[in-house]
Design a binder for this molecule. Structure first.
Ligand code: HEM
Ligand code: HEM
Length: 127
């Protein structure tokens, strides 16, 4: 696995590690206030980025589309904004980061849909 697929998997692992440390901290402190922020860091970071990684690995033509890098940048920006953004929103400090992150995540998913539609339906068998 290389290129954008590998980059997505590395981001997924990093988000998963941060999300798990956050989960352990919540369990240890018995304070679950920020659990939606922890949940979305894991779901958008670890789970969604892993799915993107394996899609681009299985469909190399899609990974070679220059838009795949734009997709990667948007997803990373969205995860970086959303996880702390949800935490700040729960604490009543600001909703701005969560709103920005949500819209960027939505745009990234629309772009991913476009990339999937443009990719060939049949994937050439690998040697
Ligand atoms: C070391 C691993 C993890 C620990 C210790 C942990 C811990 C926790 C804790 C303590 C809560 C709060 C539960 C409650 O208040 O009822 C929670 C909620 C949650 N966790 Fe985790 N978690 C871990 C990994 C994950 C992973 C890998 C995912 C997703 C793939 C995940 C998704 C969620 C979700 C969706 C919630 C509920 C969020 C909400 O309240 O809206 N967690 N977790
Ligand atoms: C732009 C992306 C997303 C936004 C803005 C968003 C927003 C939200 C909000 C506002 C909540 C309610 C939190 C609360 O009650 O405190 C929520 C809950 C939840 N979301 Fe998301 N979400 C997004 C993506 C996702 C994705 C991709 C998944 C799964 C892969 C997911 C899984 C969940 C789960 C499991 C809950 C908890 C439901 C519950 O506690 O009943 N979300 N989300």
């Amino acid at each position: 696995m290389n290129g954008v697929a590998r980059a997505f998997l590395l981001v997924a692992i990093l988000a998963g590690l941060c999300g798990m440390v956050w989960g352990i901290q919540m369990s240890a402190s018995h304070d679950h206030t920020l659990s939606p922020a922890h949940g979305h860091l894991n779901l958008l970071g670890w789970v969604s980025c892993s799915i993107f990684a394996f899609y681009y690995h299985l469909v190399p033509d899609a990974a070679e589309n220059p838009l795949a890098r734009v997709h990667f940048g948007l997803v990373v920006a969205a995860v970086i904004l959303l996880a702390p953004g949800v935490a700040l929103a729960i604490q009543g400090k600001t909703e701005l980061l969560a709103k920005l992150g949500s819209v960027i995540m939505l745009v990234s998913m629309l772009l991913f849909g476009w990339i999937v539609l443009k990719a060939p339906r049949r994937v050439a068998a690998r040697a």
